[in-house]
Design a protein around this ligand. Structure first.
Ligand SMILES: Nc1ncnc2c1ncn2[C@@H]1O[C@H](COP(=O)(O)OP(=O)(O)O)[C@@H](O)[C@H]1O
Ligand SMILES: Cc1ncc(COP(=O)(O)O)c(N)n1
Length: 442
């Protein structure tokens, strides 16, 4: 009907996690990140946080079935996944209803939570194995693969052997996730042929990685992508979701499965705000405050997206002065500032809410004025330790750290060194605030 074809729909059949790190909550966030419309059939409700599962209430198998039929008949389902199915009765019912539909089905054989609570009743395993046989893909982690094969996995070769065993047993695509092995995060796909998906191991929160990963594969399958392409995209997604997570809760903090959406939005917002303020700076035309080496005006993405200089927007080629005018040399872009980007990233290690910075020409008069209105600090480049001097790009972070030893400040200056121009840096929460401070110094 109408524009129904314009968005793909993915269904998750899983348990609810009240902490929203795993389960249907994680799956919905993931579907959303991939631009797929998410549908749900809830199997159980867990009273859960980052350190324990306090209670589990299993839902009646009939209401699980009715949820699936209700959404499938109306929206249509382009791909589905299962997570925590909990009981043999629920699994039996799910199998009965999904086998009549044609959609790809990813089965994440969730058995145990990170906090060590059983999410599958012990007598349900045989029913789960029946479900594997009608699936497109199963995604056991190392512990689940060990349980299903009754073999110990201590390294990649063991995991490959087990993937082959499981393929012989269930005759479906097997993806063993390597999150729990040491070293690189390597996932193994076996379907008669072997394919490894490798990525670096990143640090961050991991509660809900398995759920979000299988949901990402499902979303890509819903969009009609081939399985290997879907796994590749899910892997890129899960790395970002771990790296860009917020350390919330007391123990196993949740992955940020909305991070790819949020980061894009923040990039646009950051770019727009800086662009506006650079325009305003140009119209102020503060010729006498532009240093010989030029100024830059930078604005970093907020925490947790402020990882390196590519996450800081600035003016390409800096802002320079001609005879009468202050002019930006190039466009606003990310990763185009080096010195000032390092300064703001270092400042954010201490005060993450301070995201913008502008450098202006040093003069005693300007510093005197600044001291009237602001907290001012400085560092002495001549005191820079030899080992810092030798390290490329280490001077500014060292200087900012030195200056912040006196607490949060609006302005940091230094008096230069042999061949280095003295400089004043103005800091603020955003470019607008930096400009307000600049106005008082003109
Ligand atoms: N620290 C990490 N760095 C990079 N990838 C990881 C990390 N931890 C898990 N992964 C990846 O996340 C996905 C989920 O894996 P895993 O954590 O093993 O599943 P589960 O949550 O079911 O135990 C896999 O693609 C795995 O390789
Ligand atoms: C409802 C539900 N589903 C799945 C998991 C597994 O996730 P994790 O292994 O991160 O605990 C969970 N804890 N809760």
């Amino acid at each position: 009907m109408g524009v129904n074809w314009m968005i793909k729909k993915a269904l998750t059949i899983a348990g609810s996690d009240s902490g929203s790190g795993a389960g249907i909550e994680a799956d919905l966030k993931t579907f959303c990140s991939f631009g797929v419309y998410g549908l749900v059939a809830i199997t159980a409700i867990t009273a859960q946080n980052t350190y324990e599962i306090r209670e589990i209430r299993e839902l009646d198998a009939k209401i699980v079935r009715e949820q699936i039929i209700a959404v499938a008949e109306d929206f249509g389902v382009d791909a589905a996944k299962t997570g925590m199915l909990y009981s043999g009765e629920i699994i039996k019912e799910v199998r009965k209803v999904v086998k009549d539909y044609q959609f790809p089905l990813v089965v994440d054989p969730v058995m145990l939570s990170k906090t060590n609570t059983l999410l599958l009743k012990e007598d349900a395993i045989e029913k789960l194995e029946n479900l594997f046989k009608i699936s497109t893909l199963i995604t056991p982690n190392i512990n689940e693969a060990e349980f299903l094969s009754s073999k110990k996995i201590t390294n990649l070769d063991d995991a490959i052997e087990v993937a082959k065993t499981l393929f012989e047993k269930y005759k479906t695509n097997i993806l063993i996730k390597g999150g729990h092995l040491k070293g690189e995060a390597i996932d193994i796909l076996y379907n008669g042929e072997l394919k490894l998906f490798k990525s670096q191991r990143v640090s961050g929160c991991t509660h809900g990685t398995g759920c979000s990963f299988s949901a990402a594969i499902t979303a890509c399958l819903a969009k009609g992508e081939e399985l290997e392409e879907a796994i590749k995209k899910a892997k890129d997604f899960i790395i970002k979701s771990i790296r860009n997570s917020y350390r919330i809760g007391k123990k196993y903090c949740p992955v940020n499965s909305l991070s790819i959406l949020e980061e894009k939005a923040k990039r646009w917002e950051t770019y727009r705000e800086l662009k506006e303020s650079v325009k305003e700076l140009i119209s102020l035309n503060p010729l006498h405050l532009i240093p010989e080496v030029g100024s830059n005006f930078v604005y970093s993405l907020p925490y947790p997206y402020n990882k390196d200089i590519n996450d800081v927007a600035g003016v390409e080629g800096r802002i320079v002065k001609t005879k009468r005018r202050v002019v930006p040399v190039g466009d606003i872009d990310f990763g185009v500032s080096d010195h000032l980007a390092r300064a703001i990233l270092t400042y954010m290690e201490f005060y993450p809410e301070v995201r913008s910075c502008l450098n202006i020409k040093y003069s005693e008069k300007t510093i005197e004025k600044a001291k009237k209105y602001f907290k001012v600090s400085f560092y002495d480049r001549r005191k820079e330790p030899e080992d810092v001097k030798k390290r490329e790009g280490a001077t500014i972070p060292w200087g900012v750290r030195e200056a912040l030893k006196f607490g949060k400040v609006d302005i940091i200056y230094h008096l230069g060194d042999y061949g280095k121009e003295p400089m004043i840096l103005i800091f603020g929460k955003n470019p607008k605030e930096v400009l307000e401070k600049l106005r008082l110094l003109i």
